[in-house]
Design a protein. Structure first.
Length: 328
């Protein structure tokens, strides 16, 4: 049994000081943020276990450097033993950006999210976990207007945020029961993969059209995927139990600036296919449509107050890394 001092030191440094490295368990490990989080943790000496649902996803987890654990949060299994790790990062699944989400599908996702969270928290409660970093969705706060809001602002969920509310509202109960949960709210996460590669990088580099809704996009708060992963680890080290933290860059952008700035940096022409705003609901469904038209601007003052420093503090610096990674 480690002493209180040794555990405190382990929490600060991200390593256990006993005979083994700190163990970390990640749900959603094969995803965009999950694989980057694995790389960051492995570079810090963690032993990482990533929960995954398929053989293809398991290979992505192994390629990133973690041990793949086959399982599903909705079903009991061996994964529950691995979940009782020193650190747990819960990255619940999110419908792919641009995919059509109906009310029926959203209701099913909402019910599943509650069940997944409950099963994970039950498994974690059986161990001696030091931190649980719960990755939530900024849609729980809803439209913000063009000025950044802080985590203390009263949430006014969007349609999608209301679907997540049953799970989100249970977090306070888990915290009151003694689980060391820190809640993270990433903004628009971009990088050389996922939605950004499919909807911005590849169309621009291939000379195809970039899809945009309306004449101008809303104001949003972006963050590079590497900084997002680093910030999650920072919260595991220094985040306050019960605390909420927005993971975003300081400067908001218009959503359509992703394509414009990347095309300019890549020295490629930008071809845009503008979908009328009225067609937004037909393309993405009624649940996500308001998330693509409303301003979502957040303050990172609380994150910076913990001593976090961005590797890519501006969109231009982040896009330079993305372009270089694409060429590699």
């Amino acid at each position: 049994m480690l002493s209180v001092f040794a555990r405190a030191l382990a929490l600060h440094t991200g390593r256990m000081t006993g005979d083994r490295p700190a163990t970390t368990f990640i749900t959603g490990a094969a995803g965009f943020i999950g694989t980057e989080l694995i790389r960051v943790l492995k570079a810090r000496g963690h032993e990482v276990f990533g929960l995954t649902w398929s053989l293809d996803a398991a290979q992505r987890v192994r390629n990133a450097g973690a041990t793949a654990v086959m399982g599903n949060l909705l079903t009991p299994g061996q994964w529950q033993d691995e979940a009782a790790a020193d650190w747990v990062f819960h990255l619940p699944p999110h419908p792919r950006e641009g995919a059509r989400v109906t009310w029926t599908r959203a209701a099913a996702i909402s019910r599943a999210r509650v069940s997944m969270d409950a099963r994970l928290m039950d498994a974690v409660a059986a161990g001696e976990t030091q931190r649980i970093v719960y990755v939530a969705d900024t849609s729980c706060y809803g439209a913000t207007g063009p000025r950044p809001i802080t985590e203390d602002e009263r949430p006014q969920p969007s349609a999608w945020g209301r679907c997540l509310a049953p799970a989100f509202d249970r977090l306070d109960g888990y915290i009151a029961a003694g689980l060391p949960i820190v809640t993270a709210f990433p903004g628009w996460v971009y990088g050389n993969a996922s939605w950004f590669r499919e909807r911005v990088i590849e169309p621009v580099m291939a000379g195809r059209h970039v899809l945009q809704f309306g004449q101008t996009g809303p104001w949003i708060s972006p963050i590079h995927v590497h900084d997002c992963a680093r910030a999650l680890v920072h919260l595991a080290e220094r985040g306050k139990v019960g605390g909420r933290y927005f993971l975003v860059n300081t400067e908001p952008i218009r959503m359509d600036e992703f394509g414009e700035r990347f095309a300019r940096l890549a020295n490629r022409p930008l071809r845009v296919w503008r979908v009328p705003a009225a067609a937004r609901r037909l393309v993405v469904g009624p649940v996500l449509s308001d998330s693509l038209k409303a301003d979502a601007v957040f303050s990172n003052a609380r994150l910076r107050g913990l001593g976090f420093h961005f590797r890519y503090p501006t969109l231009e610096e982040g896009l330079e890394q993305v372009l270089g990674a694409f060429h590699e």
